[in-house]
Write a protein that binds this ligand. Structure first.
Ligand code: ADP
Ligand code: MG
Length: 866
């Protein structure tokens, strides 16, 4: 048996092999250790071989945990019930390969999330990628010279598994990036990525004469990556994949580019706190009624559009629903009943759909005709297009209704799936079984009468089949059993007999039942194949339903929360009146959200320096601007009184110094890496949010870096729109030096010793940081606050306020750096006396003793210095 095990393990070395042994799936050797650790199950051993097993009926539960841990699993099952003649061993085969990117089991998938398998091909001058979700038939490929941009676009979709060719060194930025995001990486050999192989595979799969016919990018990378995912799927699914009939291009130029960092910082689909979905933009917007709609909304959100015309079409559709509340309500109500056509169709096409899946599909199809009717009531072209594309599929529903019983079982081999009325042969077999069963059921009564033995029983036994049992104590005083009784077995308290007729009837039942199960399986398989033939229609319908669902959700949110239609154009103006933060405004702790205006105009006002004390609302103000832009470009109404959005090509963020601490990287280094990326990639049409940059280092360093970054963007990327929140109010002087920079600050009201946050953004810089008041609000003990106040007064007196156009005072810097005056950020600070002395020393001309003395002197001066 171990030889059999090793034969299979050799063929699937990268997989954790689960080997069926009776009622258990066992892992051996190293696999056993991995399984025990991952599943928290006992590691045992037999004849010194480590093993760990899970009960067969709970396989899917354990499988889910293994796959979620990023492991690939091969299931080696028993494919016969008893060893063939002349053999001792049951035949076993690998019947299923389950990997994070290729799972199809509904239980292992998240309804509202695509499960993407990705592949990357790194060519010297470009990157090629492919993404496929075999459970929904989404297939995307792309290539670009902007390697980073495309990598980010890929990572945003959180692929469950990424295939890489050999030769990407571990230190490569690509590998590092994948590692940081934490996806399962599967190394494939060179031929999996071969260009010839890929072209051949694609040609065969899509049945085209030449790959050129597919309209894919031409540099090679995309084709290689597409070939790699197809090959891997063919290997793991062992099914034809006929439902993958569409391949879309993932072109960076068509969409607003978001990197994974920006999506994270803006909490689009994952919260910063716990990477959960609550309190994210998607969470706020996702009022879709179907899983398909949920997945599509996520895609729209992570890929906002760039062309005002396309955006306008979506906005028209949303507006049409906002203006027709009755239609909107009808649509949403109907959508509620529609199941996941895409996933069901995919399972059918892959040949893994269970009878329950087909029953679910039957239910899912029910509301389609009504949905079409509703959608046709609208005059909006996009909605009408969806109505056309959503087929009513009534024929398929009828077939399923006629063929499949009301509540079919999960398994396909035990019968009970197909209605008798569906197939005459099945009806005959059922009748035969019924008759024979009825004969057996009547036998007990008949035999009791014939023999006069009242305690006679007809019983079924799994080994011996049906038998007539007569309790022993009654055997002797009773009349002898009839002559046609043949003794079969002596039990503890009874004798067991059969008759020829009983044998015949029994054979009839068993034979007919066996034939019935086989027939039902065949009929079911036919049915599944019929449905598979409709996979294309189902998927097309699924896409139309998803689109309607997303539009209806956007319409619903717009109505419920008083969103307005934004004007989207190429005008280079972002003008938001009374804008709100789409997520924060939903918080129900009683506090009202304070709306704010924002205005940026290319060539006039391109950078806002936002000052104000901690907790005033600077970050919120910046984020809400970015979120409103993203919403507008995905085609949604926005939370504002009015909004004009000049299309933005990319959103960059550098937000918060705290969020990376958890990853254990140097905060400052991460911050600067992100800042460097912004400086490299921002275009005149980008929107950049810089929140407290430079915070991770000393005050002067931070201030200087922040200043230089703002200057650089302003001068080298004229047009780029920058929101710059900072607690360094020295930066308000930027407005005086650079023409297109303006100051705004978040107002607070002073009240006795306290401050009240107004959350209102007003023009001009602020001159106070209110650090002590905020500290007090945060609960610093009173003595400490009082002492801090006294110190602040002292520091301020020793620090003459510099004359500055923006009215900056030196309070904060004096507090932190102890400097006597704030130098202009561009001038070097005066050197420390110790440093000056150090610079004068010449170690080469000093004796060791002199050096020691000098060192001592330096140390003394240092402790004397203020
Ligand atoms: P800052 O970045 O200035 O330190 P934040 O933007 O983080 O401040 O805001 C702090 C808190 O103030 C937020 O968590 C929110 O509760 C509240 N807040 C911010 N802006 C508003 C607003 N416009 N209306 C109501 N509450 C707000
Ligand atoms: Mg902040």
């Amino acid at each position: 048996m171990m030889r059999q095990y090793h034969d299979w393990k050799r063929r699937y070395p990268d997989y954790l092999l689960l080997f069926r042994l009776g009622d258990f799936y066992e892992a051996f050797h190293e696999d056993a250790g991995v399984a025990a650790r991952t599943l928290d199950i006992a590691l045992t051993s037999r004849q010194k071989i480590p093993m760990a097993g899970v009960p067969h009926h709970a396989l899917d539960v354990y499988l889910a945990r293994l796959v979620r841990a990023g492991l690939k699993v091969a299931i080696c099952d028993q494919v016969e019930t008893a060893p063939a003649k002349g053999r001792q061993l049951i035949r076993r085969e690998v019947v299923r390969l389950v990997t994070p990117g290729t799972v199809t089991e509904a239980g292992l998938l998240e309804g509202r999330l695509n499960n993407f398998l990705a592949a990357l091909w790194r060519a010297p001058d470009h990157l090629g990628v492919a993404l496929v979700d075999v459970t929904t038939a989404d297939f995307l490929v792309g290539e670009s010279a902007d390697v980073e941009g495309l990598t980010e676009t890929l990572l945003l979709r959180r692929p469950a598994e990424v295939l890489l060719p050999p030769g990407i060194p571990a230190g490569d930025p690509l590998a590092t990036r994948l590692g940081a995001v934490g996806v399962t990486v599967t190394a494939r050999d060179a031929s999996s990525f071969g260009l010839r192989e890929a072209e051949e595979r694609l040609r065969a799969h899509f049945r085209v004469a030449a790959v050129e016919g597919l309209g894919l990018p031409r540099r090679g990378g995309a084709i290689r990556a597409a070939g790699a995912v197809l090959g891997y799927l063919q290997e793991t699914q062992q099914a034809p994949l006929a439902h993958l009939t569409r391949i879309q291009t993932l072109a960076l130029e068509d969409h607003l580019t978001l990197d994974e960092g920006a999506a994270r910082n803006l909490e689009l689909v994952e919260s910063l706190q716990d990477r959960g979905s609550v309190a994210t933009l998607l969470w706020a917007m996702d009022k879709t009624r179907t899983s398909m709609g949920g997945r599509l909304l996520r895609q729209w959100l992570l890929r906002p559009l760039l062309r005002p015309r396309e955006i306008g079409e979506r906005l028209d559709a949303v507006a049409a629903l906002v203006e027709a509340p009755a239609l909107l309500a009808d649509l949403r109500e109907t959508l509620e009943g529609i199941g996941d056509l895409a996933r069901l169709a995919s399972r059918v096409a892959l040949g893994v759909a269970s009878p329950r899946d087909l029953a679910a599909l039957r239910v899912a199809l029910g509301p389609l005709p009504t949905l079409r009717e509703h959608a046709k009531r609208s005059a909006d072209p996009t909605i009408r297009e969806c109505a056309e594309a959503a087929e009513d599929l009534g024929d398929l529903e009828k077939t399923l209704e006629a063929a499949l019983v009301d509540e079919p079982p999960l398994g396909v081999h035990e019968g009970g799936l197909i209605r008798e009325s569906w197939n005459p042969a099945l009806a005959e077999l059922r009748a035969e079984v019924r008759e024979a069963r009825a004969w057996i059921a009547g036998l007990e009564g008949r035999e009791r009468e014939r023999t006069g033995i009242a305690s006679l029983r007809v019983r079924y036994n799994r080994v011996f089949g049906y038998g007539i049992e007569i309790p022993k104590s009654q055997v002797r005083p009773m009349p002898p059993v009839p002559e046609d009784y043949v003794r079969r077995q002596t039990l503890v308290g009874a004798e067991r007999y059969v008759t020829t007729e009983l044998r015949e009837q029994e054979a009839k039942v068993l034979g007919a039942e066996g034939r019935m199960h086989r027939l039902e399986y065949e009929l079911f398989d036919d049915l599944r194949r019929t449905v598979a033939g409709e996979a294309d229609r189902l998927l097309r319908t699924g896409r139309a339903v998803a689109t309607l669902d997303v539009l209806a959700a956007l319409g619903h949110v717009a109505r419920e929360r008083g969103y307005v239609r934004p004007t989207v154009d190429d005008g280079g103006v972002i003008d938001i009146r009374e804008g709100r933060h789409p997520v924060l405004e939903l918080r129900t702790d009683g506090a009202r959200f304070v709306p704010n205006d924002l205005r940026l105009v290319s060539g006039e006002v391109e950078c806002l320096v936002i000052t104000g004390p901690n907790m005033a609302g600077k970050s919120t103000y910046m984020r809400q601007a970015a979120l409103i832009v993203l919403l507008a470009q995905m085609g949604s109404f926005v939370p504002a009184r009015s909004a004009r959005v000049g299309v933005v090509d990319r959103v960059f963020t550098r937000i918060g110094a705290q969020d990376n601490l958890a990853r254990g990287q140097s905060t400052f280094l991460v911050e600067m890496t992100e800042t460097a990326a912004i400086l490299r990639h921002a275009t005149p049409r980008s929107l950049v949010l810089l929140d407290e940059i430079g915070r991770g280092t000393s005050t002067f360093d931070g201030l200087s870096i922040a200043w230089a970054v703002a200057e650089h963007l302003h001068e080298r990327r004229a047009g780029v729109k920058v929101l710059f929140a900072t607690h360094y109010h020295e930066l308000t002087r930027l407005a005086a030096e650079l023409p297109r920079v303006r100051n705004v600050h978040v107002a607070v009201r002073e009240w006795k010793e306290d401050i009240v946050f107004l959350h209102r953004v007003v023009a001009g810089g602020t001159d106070r940081s209110y650090g002590i008041q905020v500290a007090r609000l945060a609960g610093l003990p009173d003595e400490v606050v009082t002492r801090a106040r006294a110190l602040l007064r002292e520091f301020e007196q020793g620090a003459p306020a510099p004359a500055s156009p923006a009215g900056v005072d030196a309070g904060q810097l004096a507090l932190f750096g102890g400097a006597s005056a704030v130098p202009p950020p561009t001038a070097a600070p005066p050197p420390h006396p110790v440093l000056a002395r150090l610079a004068e020393l010449d170690p080469e001309r000093m004796t060791p003793l002199e050096a020691l003395a000098a060192l001592d002197e330096l140390r003394r001066r240092l402790s004397d210095a203020p």
